[in-house]
Write a protein that binds this ligand. Structure first.
Ligand code: PA5
Length: 477
């Protein structure tokens, strides 16, 4: 296991052996020359990203550098939330929720909310990232508004799902608390744009800002993710330190010295030259389960684009698929080993788990059970990952492994920054805008039109939708 070059922290590692023709053979594997031929493009991608870091949509590259005051404020606020409240609820969607969910799962106890108050030492934590009416009701059934703090997160300050949640909880708080209900709300949003900042100013909510240069899916290391993490007792300075180490590790324009750049070039070659258009993210650790969800949004929303930056039609992007090892060996693996040759599997491996579960001896009369005795779940989960990697190799299927020495705030900070860099470099190689999401906007406008929003653009959309071909009875059974 390698350490960071600037501090003693162990660093996560990318292993692409199981993608290469040296192991997979010429027919299904990747040649080093297929990677090397993109070295000039990689240098250009690296230099473009470096030259613009901190500006445009690359503000996320500076979050581990320029947030000292913000971190101070977050830690003070988190301390008072921990003292004053028993429950902390995050209301947001997409990039305003997936990072906090992934970090909560990775770094908090896996049954955090069920721990006793003494053991948990923090408020119970919920993230509500949908508008399913049963889910909202279920939340209200289990929380006590008098001891609950809500963090409303929306970068645009306008997202209907989040603003509808705001309307529901603010109304409920006004009824239950009356005077002083505003102390139960923290707003995280853009400093100037959107409705939430206006509301925050009017009501006097404590507010954190998402820098204008940081897009939703790149915002985990901003107050979007840091406040919830700090409230739960996660060492947010260490998480930012991890991002800083990854920044250092990826400071070369040489593909073979910069793991994020190597990964970007590899994925570029896989999707553009080898027809590998599905990317399965398969952590072998429950703690990393929602990292796959966070990655899926980052990868899908950033790279799924239909034109280049020059407006040339392109229709690119790998479809991300979430899987969990070993659980999904028993549901999806059959397809991965024998289905179409259109997938790459990324394993997230944990070198040292935070617990050890020893399997007792027993069932000596059954050889297939008895052999497990004296081993541990730690050994079993890794043996199963190796077994899956081998089965894929035998079947000529590509896989790669990212190893976390241990799951802690530092390595999670590294992992987040690593994937953000990979995504940004890949966007450069594809020559697309990795930071917009016009395809999402279309669905937003259409749904507001359906709900009867009277603003002009929604009215126009309503007319357009009325003109679209009508559904036929014969196709509905
Ligand atoms: O990555 C993105 O920009 C999106 O997924 C947004 O995070 C999502 O649409 C929510 O937007 P907002 O934070 O403005 O409510």
């Amino acid at each position: 296991m390698r350490n960071c070059e600037t501090c003693p922290a162990p660093i996560i590692e990318l292993d692409i052996n199981h993608l290469m023709s040296d192991m997979l053979g010429e027919k299904h594997g990747l040649n080093r020359s297929q990677i090397d031929k993109h070295s000039d493009a990689a240098v250009k991608a690296f230099e473009n990203i470096q030259a613009n870091r901190g500006s445009g949509w690359l503000g996320w590259m500076q979050l581990h550098i320029n947030q000292d005051d913000v971190v101070e404020d977050i830690l003070l606020t988190a301390d008072s939330i921990r003292k004053d409240f028993k429950t902390f609820v995050l209301l947001g969607i997409g990039g305003s929720a997936l990072g906090p969910i992934a970090v909560h799962q990775a770094l908090n106890h896996l049954h955090f909310n069920e721990l006793s108050d003494e053991k948990r030492k923090s408020p119970r934590f919920y993230v509500e990232d949908n508008v399913d009416p049963e889910r909202m009701q279920a939340l209200l059934d289990v929380i006590d508004l008098r001891t609950t703090c809500f963090n409303i997160i929306t970068k645009s300050g306008a997202t209907a799902e989040t603003m509808s949640q705001y309307l529901i909880v603010s109304e409920a708080l006004k009824k239950e608390i009356g005077k002083g209900w505003q102390k139960h709300i923290i707003a995280t949003t853009d400093k100037e744009k959107g409705n939430l900042i206006k509301l925050a100013k009017k009501e006097g909510f404590k507010t954190f800002y998402i820098p204008s240069t940081v897009g939703g899916r790149f915002s985990q290391l901003s107050p979007v993710g840091l406040l919830a993490a700090a409230v739960c007792g996660i060492d947010i300075r260490s998480m930012l330190g991890g991002a800083s180490c990854m920044d250092q590790t990826c400071c070369s324009s040489d593909i073979w010295k910069n793991p994020a750049l190597l990964e970007a070039v590899v994925q570029f070659v896989l999707m553009q030259e080898m027809g590998i258009n599905i990317h399965v993210m398969m952590p072998y650790a429950d703690s990393l389960k929602y990292m796959a969800d966070w990655f899926s949004q980052l990868w899908a929303e950033s790279l799924g684009k239909n034109i280049t930056r020059k407006g040339v039609p392109i229709n690119v992007g790998q479809t991300p698929v979430k899987a969990l090892g070993v659980t999904d060996q028993h549901s999806q693996l059959q397809l991965y080993t024998e289905g179409p040759f259109d997938k790459v599997i990324t394993f997230l491996k944990v070198e040292k788990f935070r617990s050890k579960t020893v399997i007792p001896h027993g069932c000596e009369e059954f050889e297939d059970v008895a052999f497990l005795g004296g081993k541990s779940h730690n050994e079993l989960i890794e043996a199963e990952r190796i077994g899956t990697e081998y089965a894929l190799l035998r079947a000529g299927r590509m896989s790669q492994t990212i190893t976390l020495p241990v799951v802690n705030a530092h390595t999670i900070g590294q992992l987040i920054y690593f994937f953000e860099l990979v995504t940004a470099y890949t966007g450069e190689l594809l020559d697309i805008d990795a930071f917009n999401q016009p395809g999402v906007e279309e669905s937003k406008i259409a749904s507001y039109a359906v709900l009867g929003n009277t603003a002009e653009k929604y009215q126009k959309k309503q007319d357009e939708m009325t003109d679209s071909p009508s559904e036929k009875e014969q196709y509905i059974l």
